[in-house]
Design a protein around this ligand. Sequence first.
Ligand code: AKG
Length: 290
Amino acid sequence: MGLTREQEALLPSEEDIAFYREHGWYRSPPILSNVMLDAAAIGIARHFAGERDWILPPTSGFSTWKPGDGDSLRNAEVVALQNAEVRALALHPILGAIAARLTGSPTIRYFADTVVDKPAQLPEKESVVGWHTDRSYWGTCTSDSLLTMWIPFQDCTVEMGPLLYIDGSHLWSGTEDMRTFRCRELQELERKFPDRGSIVRVPMTLRRGELSVHHCRLIHGSGPNTSGAPRLALAVHLQDVSNRYRRHLNDQGVPWHIFLDDLAPTCADGTPDYTDPIVFPALWDQPSMR
Ligand SMILES: O=C(O)CCC(=O)C(=O)O
């Protein structure tokens, strides 16, 4: 799980870590090589064409765009568990090292991933990703330190609909139910949080090779791709060392269930094991930090 000296030099500094804690996001310098990105892009194309390197036991419960689904935002989840090239990128130790620095966690484990492809010719509203927090989808997790790495496969201009962060919103209350990834009305945010004053949106207009990181409670979304070129990105969701399964009830008192619970083997008490090394492998493990 080692890094080269050059890679080490590019990891978040103490200032970056303080910024992440205050603002809820981080933007890296160019850190991912063209070789890694090219290989993963080929993997995504194979996946969208229907090829699988590994077949998951549950066949539903997660997004999996396929030819025939028509012209829509193409969304596929847990691709790293189904495709070798995407796995190589999503489990790369450099992602683990960045996450370890930002969270202060000695171990970083994979949790899930999401490919978001906005083809060039979609109607504007079709390529919008609604404001949401990742945490609100992960009610069965104990940790509030989960985080996501967002990796675009091309230089991402404002016209392409890059990821938009609401600066500092990881510290807001009232975002626990923002499961609105599919809500296409980005203006709703101001109405939902009238007491927030000026809401600062920060577009992740990254260059190819850069990545951004967001805290699991940070509100984010993305606008339409009006650029005329495709916009492809991979979001890799990661767990810090403390994260475990917890029983969590919905409004009707019914225990929550996420599809990852069907993938995870069970612990001795019968609950899903979010530390299983096959389903949730470690990207980073530095026992000296423990
Ligand atoms: O790529 C996008 O526009 C959305 C990605 C996302 O929601 C995430 O990274 O958590």
